[in-house]
Design a binder for this molecule. Structure first.
Ligand code: ADP
Ligand code: MG
Length: 376
């Protein structure tokens, strides 16, 4: 979703980064990148509020890589073990893996080192990850606090601290850990926060830690992305399955994520679809982590067309090829709706959302009408 006629080559980024951008066919920055990137390059602190799929990761990853490489080139190389210069806090392990992948696109040329410390893995793995010297650390707050306590990671040399997908992080009660981490970093560090929405908890964090930051809001913040088509299907007498079957029988481009609100609804849906011969997979909380990751991978790789999920999967996950989101059960809150639909129509690609509407969904439908009126 290029925001203007500007080009990545207009930014004062190092040639090694420009080359990789060209190679990966990233040409035009998105709106949030256009606004946040120059500020971060100048060393300013930034709060960026922009819709899901708008390219928030690169808007901080590129300036971080640039600044760290410059520090290194000026003869100031990281030599001490376990002392990152950039720290990115993320709400979940999956997001952490995703963010670290984005950084790794650029490490071949820059030779900067990215490591992860993520919850949901054995602590030994995290311990192994932070052995040696490296520049960039991607971490979930809980696990990181644990490792700081054991002096396995030291934050004395952190120059920039990023809170990514902050609204999701704070939902999970991570605020105390996040503040502890901020406290362990030097006082003059640069700060950034990125979020799709400004929940009350994000607002609180902004007040406490980002008083001096420049706040950026893109035109699409808090709204539904532009190339998204929405269809509402009226469901009578609770008869959802026939409507779903009809939808899934038609071939579409890209995968379909089917959302339900509870684990039980997901399991039931999975069993019914399987019985009807649809190849699908589950992605929800309280399942074997390994299985969950394998399911996501199969979906990501296009081996499975249908992923059945709770709101867990709607949280910031960047699955490239989601062509369609089906709200088999409508969420109760607008914020969850926005995160779910943010799985499709990413970075300006077209996407379709189909809502199964019963009489009980009147309230969310009313709120959605408000979002769309604002949008057009
Ligand atoms: P967000 O964090 O805002 O939800 P991401 O950073 O995960 O979004 O990016 C969403 C998708 O957009 C990714 O697949 C990414 O590769 C792609 N993307 C990011 N920036 C650009 C760009 N300037 N041009 C084209 N695609 C982009
Ligand atoms: Mg993101």
């Amino acid at each position: 979703m290029p925001a203007s006629h500007s080009d990545f080559s207009d930014f004062a980024l190092l040639p090694s980064l420009q080359n990789t951008l060209k190679e990966k066919k990233y040409t035009q920055p998105t709106e949030v990148q256009l606004k946040a990137l120059p500020l971060l390059l100048e060393g300013r602190s930034v709060v960026g509020v922009a819709e899901t799929g708008s390219g928030k990761t690169l808007s901080y990853a590129l300036p971080i890589l640039h600044l760290l490489k410059e520090q290194e080139s000026s003869g100031n190389r990281v030599t001490e073990h376990g002392t990152p210069r950039a720290l990115i806090l993320v709400p979940t392990r999956e997001l952490g893996e995703q963010v670290s992948k984005v950084f790794k696109i650029f490490t071949h040329d820059t030779r900067l080192r990215v490591r992860t410390v993520l919850g949901g893995t054995k602590i030994e793995v995290a311990k192994e990850n932070v052995r040696g010297a490296f520049e960039i650390l991607v971490a979930t707050p809980g696990r990181l606090v644990q490792m700081i306590g054991r002096r396995q990671v030291k934050l004395e040399d952190v120059r920039i601290l990023v809170f990514d997908e902050a609204d999701q992080m704070l939902d999970q009660g991570f605020i105390a850990d996040a503040l502890k981490i901020a406290d362990a970093c030097p006082g003059d560090r640069q700060m950034a926060l990125f979020s799709a929405t400004v929940s009350p908890a994000v607002q609180k964090l902004m007040n406490e830690l980002f008083a001096k930051a420049t706040v950026i809001r893109t035109a699409g913040a808090n709204r539904v992305v532009a190339k998204l088509k929405t269809e509402n299907r009226e469901i009578k007498d609770g008869k959802r399955m026939p409507v779903l079957e009809e939808l899934l029988a038609k071939k579409t481009k890209g995968g379909t994520v089917i959302f339900a609100n509870t684990r039980e609804q997901c399991d039931k849906l999975y069993a019914e679809l399987k019985k009807k011969g649809f190849v699908c997979a589950l992605y929800r909380g309280e399942m074997e982590k390994v299985e969950r990751r394998l399911n996501l991978k199969a979906f990501r790789d296009g081996k499975i067309d249908f992923l059945i999920s709770t709101d867990l999967a709607s949280r910031g996950l960047d699955v490239e090829h989601v062509g369609r989101v089906i709200n088999y059960h409508m969420p109760k809150h607008l914020e969850n709706y926005l995160h779910r639909v943010g799985r499709t129509a990413r970075a300006g690609r077209a996407g379709l959302v189909i809502n199964f509407i019963t009489e009980r969904d009147a309230e969310i439908v009313k709120k959605l009408a408000g979002v769309r009126a604002q949008h057009s």
